[in-house]
Design a protein around this ligand. Sequence first.
Ligand code: AHR
Length: 310
Amino acid sequence: MIHYNKHIKKQFSIIIFIIITCCLVGCRAQKSELSNIEDDGIIVGFSQIGAESAWRTCNTRSVQDAAAEQGVQLVYANAEQKQENQIKALRSFIAYQVDVIAFVPIVTDGWDNVLQEARDAGIPVLVTDRKIDVADQSLYAGFIGTDSVKEGRNAGLFVLDKYKDKRERFAETEEYINIVELFGTEGSSVALGRAEGFREILEPHPEFQIIYSKSGDFLRSKGYELAVEFLEMYEDIDVIFSHNDGMTLGVIEAMEEKGLLPGTDIVIITIDAQQAAIDALREGKVNCVIECNPKTGPEIIKLAEKTGSR
Ligand code: AHR
């Protein structure tokens, strides 16, 4: 869903992709025997990337609650923003012989070997929230998450509409619309997808120029830090496209400290739709909130049960 400030109210349904490849059906050879865990339901090893944002905390809670409600035993590991910790966690799930592994890949690359190890052990793997880039797509059984390219496109469409008049006058005024972009974790599919979708919409329109684009790692503190920097560097920023609410809240704080009015002096677009961002939208401090739903736990656990039960 995309929330526009007094503009178009359009429903964009969250796209949930579920790709189940046949290759894993029936390939489990071993029975799970994790000592001291009862064997009356499936065991899912879940590797989360950390707790960098309110979105992430909500996503973790959604998976944990769904597992508890559906009687699935969850072995949870927090990677604290490090891919090496995630790979270690996946290897320990393989050693435990869990029934299914689900993980949020912090970045797209570097998963081929560990996923091959999971396949060799007969353990199906589900990828959630962020996508991976592997040579053999059949190394994972399914993906559940939102469409980040579409989220980026929606941000672009909002800007296109917002600056319709200024765009039409560009031939005579030659006044560019200056954009600052704060993207998420470098190398993550969501950062890449949001940036791609946004550019896809704006590139055919030379009136727009991205004058600053840096990673704020999806962190509020980094959003604040970068805002202090770019507000010092540029006086003529029209738009800030921030890839998540956490960074946006940091930007708002920095702008207000500088005596600027967020949402009025600079148009702000944000992704996630956590409560604080919706409140900021109501107050006019944010102009567009694009929803990215973190509550995917029930779908993940349902798919894990389907994939892991033999
Ligand atoms: O991968 C989803 C992104 O990660 C969310 O937009 C952001 O808030 C989170 O940390």
